[in-house]
Design a protein around this ligand. Structure first.
Ligand code: PMP
Length: 344
């Protein structure tokens, strides 16, 4: 008889049920209690494991995917990594069209996970044939038996968080959450999580985080796409140059905009104060919380949950590199001398 071994059958069983961690120092002196939902604890180190698994398994249930099928996606990196991971375990081919804004680390990682990667220019419009949307669409048309995940316009992206992230946060806070703060890219995380939480308690305030250079906040306020809002920025995975169909804007109470520089510094501050090595957008989310705190948004008894979408290791050559920070003009202080001359 086989012995009972306490092991997971594969890494996919580790997706979800990420911990909620109290923030103790970075929010010191702020009214309220602050908790980070640390999505880096997923096996693919980001919240995107949830949608990759959910969307692929939905396609399997519907009989769309068959053995040897190809899965195609556009991605800033994290979704690609998660799809590549799920594809390896389940035996699918994975083709990814990524933005040239993605870090070299991320692109190398995707290739290491067996994906075929097409790097497409970041600063072209969405309908340009060189954009990663158009490249993915073309590859989908050309590859027989392929599926295109299309996370920006896929309802299942929202549903994945509605069935997992939302219920987890509700249970972890015993229903005492008052605010949800989440970065918005495709909008899947914030929309699905907010939908579940607001169904439990409509008074929960949902705050989206957007980048300067993205259209989301303006669209939320006016209902109109304003091309003047679109310009290049550095933060990966946050904000958009189009209106994503996977965002339910009516579930979001407000958007707060954050800058590249402050978000980068804040991500570094999270590591140094909380010991959580998180990604660029986690810095962006805390930067938004700082702005909200300054304007007196939070009360003493409020419980604020902030999503930390991914892990800092994906940004070693970016926000965690002093050289990169300096090249962006983000370091306003004199660089520390690395070596000191010794006088004899
Ligand atoms: N942070 C990072 C690092 C991401 O990759 C993404 C996904 N684009 C987000 C935040 C935003 O998540 P969502 O797409 O669910 O809005």
């Amino acid at each position: 008889m086989a012995h009972k071994i306490n092991a997971y059958n594969n890494v996919l069983e580790l997706i979800g049920n990420t911990p909620l961690v109290k923030l103790n120092k970075i929010t010191k002196g702020f009214a309220g209690n602050f908790f980070a939902k640390v999505e880096a604890f997923n096996p693919g180190h980001s919240s995107k494991d949830r949608i990759a698994m959910y969307i692929i398994e939905e396609a399997e249930r519907k009989g769309i995917l068959t053995e040897g099928s190809t899965i195609i996606e556009t991605t800033s990196g994290n979704t690609g990594f998660s799809i590549a991971m799920v594809s390896i375990i389940k035996g699918y081919d994975c083709i990814l069209a990524v933005s040239s804004k993605s870090s070299t680390d991320k692109i190398n990682m995707l290739r290491s996970m067996g994906a075929t990667v097409y790097v497409c220019p970041a600063h072209v419009s969405a309908d340009d044939p060189r954009s990663y949307y158009e490249v993915a669409k073309r590859l989908h048309e050309e590859t027989e038996g392929s599926i295109y995940i299309n996370q920006y316009f896929n309802e299942l992206n929202i549903e994945a968080h509605y069935v997992s992230t939302g219920p987890e946060i509700w249970e972890q806070t015993n229903g005492h959450i008052t605010h949800l703060v989440a970065c918005s890219g495709t909008g899947g995380t914030i929309s699905g999580t907010a939908k579940y939480l607001k169904e439990q308690n409509p008074d929960i305030k949902v705050i989206g985080v957007d980048a300067y250079g993205s259209v989301l906040k303006k669209y939320h306020e006016t209902g109109k796409f304003d091309a003047k809002e679109v310009y290049p920025y550095r933060i990966e995975g946050l904000g958009k140059n189009l209106i994503p169909g996977a965002t339910e804007f009516e579930l979001i109470d407000e958007f707060i905009k954050v800058t590249d520089s402050e978000s980068a510094h804040t991500a570094r501050e999270i590591a140094q104060t909380e010991g959580i090595f998180a990604g660029y957008t986690s810095g962006a989310a805390i930067q938004a919380i700082k702005q909200l705190n300054e304007r007196g948004e939070f009360g003493a008894d409020d419980n604020v949950v902030v999503i930390f979408p991914d892990h800092g290791s994906r940004y070693m050559s970016k926000i965690y590199s002093d050289q990169w920070m300096e090249d962006q003009g983000f370091l306003d202080t004199e660089p520390v001398e690395k070596t000191q001359e010794i006088q004899y």
